[in-house]
Unconditional design. Sequence first.
Length: 265
Amino acid sequence: MSTIATLLFLGLAGQATPASDKKIYPHPADAFDAMAHGRWDRARFLLDQLTDGKKKKVHIFYVQGLVAWAQSSQYNANVLTGIRWCKEYGANFKEDDGSVLYTAIVCDKWGEVFERLLQYGCDPNKPWVNRQNMNYSVTPLAAAIGSTKKVKMLLKFGASTEKYTEYILDIKGARIHITPLMYAAKNKISTILKLLIDHKAKVNALCPEDGRTALHFAARSDCAENISLLLKAGAKKSLRNKAGETALDVAKKYKAKNAIAVLSK
């Protein structure tokens, strides 16, 4: 069993050890472990036990533990089948609190499991709250910003380009709220930035805490390509953050030569 899968389900209700040969009180982790390894007879038996013969619904958390196995290609096909079984046993994917989809963003390198979850009803706009690390929330689109394939899937299933996500500024927990476009600009991801612009992302949206726009973030990152894309899409060079700085001022402040050259035209 993978470390991630173990941690996700450590401490869930249920007994891992059978009370007798005829009666078993399975731990939910046993069921998704069986599915991930393709032990389908065992998985069916455990799911029947856990749901009292389908009288109860499979909890969405079972799906999260199963999805964690998608990090390995040898389990990917089994995970897809297992997710279908969870749906068969009543799992309501619309009840995902963001954890299941976020797990797929992190663990599923190929995108098939991620797409299946969206098809079954996981909300592409539901933020995941990291309760173990400063209690910050991140939207699926922001979490997937490094994967063009997953960003395209999220947009296809209705992810909003305008939904703000939290961004942690320092170890003390100071945070701001930024759009996916700002996130892409900050991290110099031109392919994603263009994709978001093509999906009508608002290029002049403001960070509510400090008044920065995507152009300010692109200037700070000294990415000439992103600056050019934003300007072409209608970004305003004249907009100032709450410190009174334009994007050009920011570029000069941080000696971002490429940004200065583009913004000075």
